[in-house]
Design a protein around this ligand. Sequence first.
Ligand code: GLN
Length: 197
Amino acid sequence: MLKIGILAVQGDFAEHKLMLTNLDVNTVEVRLPNQLENIDGLIIPGGESTTIVQLLDIFDIKNAIVKKAETGMPIWGTCAGMIILASSLTDSRPTPLNLMNTVVSRNAFGRQIDSFEEDIKIDAIGEPKYRGIFIRAPMFVEIGKNVEVLAKLKNNKAVLVRQKNLLASSFHPELTSDTRIHEYFIKMIENQIQNKK
Ligand code: GLN
């Protein structure tokens, strides 16, 4: 049975955990480097990216996450998680992990009151459209080599991208009851395990 780690230092890790439990996947809350052993994939949830990165430093787990990503472990960042996976930010804080070939602007859709929902067409998961929930969401301002855009908003802004084993969404699939993006991530993990064999 698959085991997916959820970075659980701050933010809405509990909601991801519930989604995965409903899909019959084992989960582990990850705070310390050794908790990255024996997991098949990792989710970095939404929350406050500056706080999450500070805690990653305190728990001394940054390098271990980068190493796991480099060995091909699937990692999915949602919202703050997408900020943390980026190569650089338009803000001076936090320092991201530089894993994806993306430049990200934090809070680029506006403040908390500008949070919004939109139905998004995502070919990778099929019909019907997916209800995206955007809360002080980040925006991709540059998308570099090897990064595939899986979904865009009506205004043409990319909101779901993939670079090999890494997935990033500016919205919050864990706040809906639609499990299709979690299932897509689970398939990424299953394929990765198959390819390793
Ligand atoms: N605005 C937050 C940040 O910059 C991200 C918001 C979220 O994860 N919903 O970290």
